[in-house]
Design a protein around this ligand. Structure first.
Ligand code: ZN
Ligand code: MN
Length: 148
């Protein structure tokens, strides 16, 4: 019987080890290499707990499956409309917009979700991304593998 904390540690380690913003299914496949008897339901349950503890983010903007993020500070993402890869965007989260909306609506605003969309470098027509003075390569952190 595997201890519960051990399961959670493995799941968190898998998530911290990738910048690919994986789905729960992908995380499950990785975790199973180490804990062959874990169930998908257990993975979901632990992802949810980690989310509630503020240790991970769930990217729930998606028109598709939820993806998870081991980088728990509020930050923005770019989703490629062609290959579906999700990249971190190194742009500080705008806290002013929360305050503005709170003032104009009277709601209590805890956060906002913003996702940029377009084409990543690999998906742009050949040459388009070259020669741009302030290349996005300098301002974005690229996923280092894992999911394709
Ligand atoms: Zn792409
Ligand atoms: Mn991210």
């Amino acid at each position: 019987m595997v201890r519960k904390t051990k399961q959670r540690d493995v799941i968190l380690r898998v998530l911290l080890g990738t910048a690919s913003h994986p789905t729960a299914d992908w995380i499950y496949e990785q975790v199973r290499k180490e804990l062959p008897h874990i169930s998908l339901g257990t993975v979901y349950r632990n992802l949810n707990l980690l989310k509630l503890e503020g240790k991970i983010l769930e990217l729930d903007l998606a028109d598709s499956l939820s993806r998870f993020d081991g980088y728990a500070r509020e930050h923005y993402h770019f989703r490629c409309e062609r290959c579906g890869h999700i990249f971190d965007v190194d742009e500080p989260a705008d806290e002013e917009i929360d305050k503005r909306v709170a003032r104009s609506t009277g709601f209590t605003v805890s956060c906002h979700r913003l996702e940029f969309r377009g084409l990543c470098w690999d998906c742009q027509p050949q040459g388009t991304a070259e020669g741009i003075a302030n290349s996005p390569r300098n301002t974005m952190q690229v996923g280092s593998g894992g999911q394709s």
